[in-house]
Every structure is written in structure tokens, then in C-alpha cells.
Ligand binder design. Structure first.
Ligand SMILES: *Cc1c(COP(=O)(O)O)cnc(C)c1O
Length: 231
């Protein structure tokens, strides 16, 4: 199937999952994860109507962003080293993966230079997996308060990557937990903090994520095909 056909199919599945949960399909945005895929694949998806793309690796992203012809919007979704933030400053409209204060402080420095505000999500490692980034649920409120105090960042919601399961139902409790945590944060009424975005769900489990309240689903493989390499 072509990227255009995949896109159509994924959009239908997202809409159906939203309707099953009594949600307006328009409240779910698809982030097309183009990591390891060439600029031509991004342009092809853009011709098929996709405007929002997600990238994981700074070097790959900045090179690709220059090569893409279509007017697209980029989100940064991967683990981010503070010393690379400068390279993506101003190029992305949302960073999904803020998981520590030192990273937020570097985003603050770089976006301040641009006299702009960077929208961010706080990544939560719900299962506490050693191999995954993300703050713990226990540290979440403290981190949100610290990040909210930085004038050039705006906390828009939460992101999570659950453990891998063969059965997409395995991820559902983690999606439900992220939604619950967003409610806990919202109840704190921290000035400047909006819990309006939940970034959760990938190729294997996005329908469950949408049913549980995802507003951003990050889909790579189902859209662009299998990745041949990482990095
Ligand atoms: C690669 C990646 C995705 C997309 O995963 P697929 O299974 O290919 O859909 C989503 N989110 C993050 C953070 C990723 O690194």
C-alpha cells in the first residue's frame, strides 16, 4: 500500500476509535513519525494531506527539515540531549519529551533568544522502565511546577511510552494512567499549565490510546513501513 492509502486507513481507524469512546475524531491529531525515512517520504505524505510530522534524532531531523519541500509542522518526540536543543530551536512547534528540569532550562535559554515560547509535554515513565526516559509519576507534579516557572515554556500536557506488548490491550492501563495523572496535575491549577494534550499510542496500540483519550498519536511503521535502521 502507498503512504497515501496507509494514511487514509489510519485516519479511518483513529476516527472509529474516537467514535467508540464518544469523542469527536477532530480532537485527535496524527503525528506522522518519519524517523529513518527520507525527506521524499515526508513530501509524499504531505501530498496526501498530512501536515504534522514527528522526529527523534536531532541530526537526522535538521538535515531532513531542510530537504522537505512541503510546508509541514514538526514535533520533536525523542530523547533529547540538552546540548542539542539549540539545533532544533524554532524548528519545532511542540517537544513531547521533556523529562527533567535541566532539559527544560536549556529549552528556556534557547527559546528566550528567539523571544518565543516553546510548547512542551512532560514525558512520564509510568512503568518505571530503566531503559525508557520520563519522569516518575511521583516526581511529576514537582517537575511540572518547575517547568511552569520558566517563562519561555508552556506545559500543554503529558506523553508516555508504555512497555512493549504483543497485545495492544496490554498498553491500555498505561494510557488510562496517563489520563488520570493529567487530571491530578490539572487539579493543582498551576498557573500557565494546561493539561489539554495526551501524547500516547503508536502503530501497535493507537486505537486503545484514542479510546483512552489520546489527543496526539505518534505513528511511524503503519504509515511509512518498517524502519531499516535505527539512527
Ligand atoms: C518511533 C517512535 C514512534 C512510532 O513508532 P511506530 O511503532 O513505528 O509507530 C512513536 N513515538 C516515539 C517516541 C518513537 O520513538
Amino acid at each position: 500500500m502507498s503512504i497515501g492509502e496507509n494514511l487514509l486507513h489510519i485516519r479511518e481507524l483513529i476516527a472509529a476509535a474516537a467514535r467508540r469512546a464518544g469523542r469527536d475524531p477532530e480532537t485527535v491529531r496524527l503525528v506522522a513519525v518519519s524517523k529513518t525515512k527520507p525527506a521524499a517520504a515526508v513530501d509524499e505524505a504531505a501530498r496526501a494531506g498530512q501536515r504534522l510530522f514527528g522526529e527523534n534524532y536531532v541530526q537526522e531531523f535538521t538535515t531532513k527539515a531542510k530537504e522537505v519541500n512541503a510546508p509541514v509542522e514538526w514535533h520533536f518526540i525523542g530523547a533529547l540531549q540538552s546540548n542539542k536543543v539549540r539545533q532544533i530551536a524554532g524548528l519545532v512547534t511542540l517537544i513531547h519529551s521533556v523529562d527533567r528540569l535541566s532539559l527544560a532550562q536549556e529549552i528556556e535559554r534557547q527559546w528566550a533568544k528567539l523571544d518565543a515560547v516553546c510548547d512542551v509535554l512532560i514525558q512520564v515513565n509510568i512503568a518505571g522502565e530503566a531503559t525508557k526516559s520520563g519522569t516518575t509519576a511521583a516526581d511529576l507534579i514537582t517537575l511540572v511546577k518547575e517547568v511552569a516557572a520558566l517563562p519561555h515554556l508552556r506545559v500543554r500536557g503529558l506523553m508516555t511510552m508504555p512497555p512493549f506488548f504483543d497485545d495492544p490491550e496490554g498498553a491500555r492501563p498505561y494510557f488510562r494512567e496517563l489520563k488520570r495523572l493529567a487530571g491530578v496535575v490539572a487539579a493543582e491549577e498551576i498557573p500557565g499549565v494546561a493539561m489539554e494534550e495526551l501524547s500516547m499510542g503508536m502503530s501497535g496500540d493507537f486505537e486503545a490510546a484514542v479510546e483512552e483519550g489520546a489527543t496526539l498519536v505518534r505513528i511511524g511503521t503503519s504509515l511509512f513501513g518498517e524502519r531499516e535502521y535505527h539512527r
